[in-house]
Unconditional design. Structure first.
Length: 141
């Protein structure tokens, strides 16, 4: 009887390890320009800025949202926009929605996505060259 219990416990432990390891094995990493490493399945989101400049967003291997942009057609390094724990991790760049609007003469950009909890979260940059506001739960999109 003890041998049967031990075998059942061993099989359950191995099955549990297999389930825990499978998601990590399924995610493969890709390299973006500038040395950015991201989860391949999520891709890279391109975004056009005024004056012909560009911006990109991706989900890094830490599941945070990262961005880079061009200045005089030269790419900056990657900068983390983070994803605070209470809001959950980013689900994927394929779910990032980027919006632009003119607000009091400023080119305002918003990014919105579903986090790992399934909630819609967003982050706003009130104008070019300005910092991003904190992640929040928007009443839009």
């Amino acid at each position: 009887m003890k041998k049967i219990k031990a075998a059942v416990v061993a099989i359950a432990a191995i099955a549990g390890m297999t389930v825990a390891v499978a998601p990590a094995q399924a995610a493969s990493n890709c390299t973006a320009g500038g040395g950015g490493i991201y989860i391949c399945d999520y891709g890279v989101k391109d975004h056009a800025l005024p004056g012909g400049e560009k911006e990109q967003f991706l989900v890094g291997t830490d599941y945070a949202v990262w961005t880079r942009w061009t200045i005089n057609k030269q790419w900056t390094g990657w900068v983390s926009l983070g994803m605070p724990d209470p809001l959950g991790k980013a689900r994927g760049a394929s779910s990032i929605n980027v919006t632009d609007e003119q607000v009091q003469g400023n080119f305002r950009t918003g990014i919105y996505l579903r986090n790992s909890n399934g909630a819609l979260v967003g982050k706003i940059r009130p104008g070019l060259g300005q910092g991003w506001w904190a992640w929040d739960f928007p009443n839009c999109c």
